[in-house]
Design a binder for this molecule. Structure first.
Ligand code: SF4
Length: 241
C-alpha cells in the first residue's frame, strides 16, 4: 500500500456550485420551497459563490500508513498515536492488514480574506457558512473518489474522522501533520492545534480487508449529538453514555 504523499487539486464545476448554493441555503434555514430567502442574504450568497469560483482551488494532500499496535487507548502509526478509544474499537474489529489514510484539504486563504473584509456581520456569516459548506462538500467528493481506488484494491474503509470530534482531542492534529507535509498545500498548524487557513479540514480513515464497523456512533449513546453517523448498537455492552 502506497506510503508516499499525494497532492491533488480541483476546480469546482457547475453542478458542484449548484449543490453548494442549495446546501448553504438549507444550513441558513431556507430549505427549498419552505421560506423565501431574503434579498440581502441571496445577494451575499451570490457574492460568496462568485468569490469561491474566482479565488479558491481545492487542494488536498494524503498519505496511507500501516497501523502498528492497537491498544485500548488508541492506534499507533509511525506518525504518532491516534488517541481515541472509539477509533481503537473500530480498528480492533477490522480483519487483515490495517492502514490509516491521513488527509488534509483546504480552500486556501484568499477567500477567507474577502469574507472577513465584509462590514456587515450577516455578510461575514454567509461567507463563512459558504466556505465551510464548500470545504466539507469538496472533501466528500474527494473522499468518494479516493475510496473508489481503495475498493478496486479489495480494501474496505471506515468513515473519516477529524481531531476534535468524538473522543479524539484536537491535539491529535499533530499526528496528521507528522504524517503529511501540509505546507505543500499551504496549510499550517498553530500552537493551539488550529489550522490556518481556517477553511481546511484534516481527517483519518481506517482501511483493512474487512471493516465491519465504519462509524464510532454505534458505540455511543449521545442521542442529541448533531454529528451522529449511524444508530447505536443496543446489544453493545460497552456503549459510551
Ligand atoms: S454520536 Fe456524536 S459523539 Fe458519539 S461517536 Fe457519533 S459523532 Fe461521536
Amino acid at each position: 500500500m502506497m506510503q508516499e504523499e499525494t497532492v491533488l487539486s480541483r476546480e469546482f464545476d457547475g453542478s458542484f456550485i449548484r449543490k453548494l448554493r442549495r446546501g448553504v441555503r438549507e444550513k441558513l434555514g431556507y430549505s427549498v420551497g419552505e421560506r423565501a430567502v431574503p434579498e440581502e442574504i441571496e445577494k451575499t450568497l451570490d457574492d460568496a459563490v462568485a468569490a469561491i469560483e474566482k479565488y479558491t482551488v481545492f487542494r488536498v494532500i494524503y498519505r496511507v500508513l500501516p497501523v502498528g499496535k492497537i491498544d485500548e487507548r488508541g492506534i499507533h502509526t509511525k506518525a504518532g498515536m491516534i488517541k481515541s478509544v472509539m477509533l481503537s474499537r473500530i480498528a480492533r474489529q477490522c480483519k487483515g492488514k490495517r492502514f490509516a489514510a491521513f488527509m488534509v484539504a483546504t480552500l486556501g486563504g484568499e477567500y477567507e480574506g474577502i469574507g472577513d473584509a465584509r462590514e456587515s456581520l450577516t455578510e461575514r456569516f454567509v461567507f463563512d457558512m459558504a466556505g465551510s459548506e464548500c470545504i466539507e462538500m469538496a472533501a466528500d467528493v474527494l473522499e468518494a473518489e479516493w475510496k473508489k481506488g481503495v475498493k478496486s484494491r479489495d480494501f474496505a474503509y471506515s468513515l473519516r474522522f477529524s481531531p476534535g470530534y468524538c473522543d479524539w482531542p484536537l491535539e491529535g492534529q499533530a499526528v496528521l501533520f507528522n504524517a503529511l507535509d501540509a505546507g505543500r498545500i499551504g496549510v499550517r498548524l498553530t500552537p493551539h492545534s488550529v489550522m490556518i487557513p481556517k477553511k481546511s479540514i484534516s481527517a483519518v480513515a481506517l482501511m483493512a480487508e474487512e471493516v465491519p464497523v465504519v462509524s464510532p456512533c454505534v458505540f455511543c449513546q449521545k442521542g442529541d449529538c448533531p454529528w451522529r453517523r449511524g444508530a447505536p448498537d443496543k446489544e453493545d455492552k460497552k456503549l459510551v453514555r
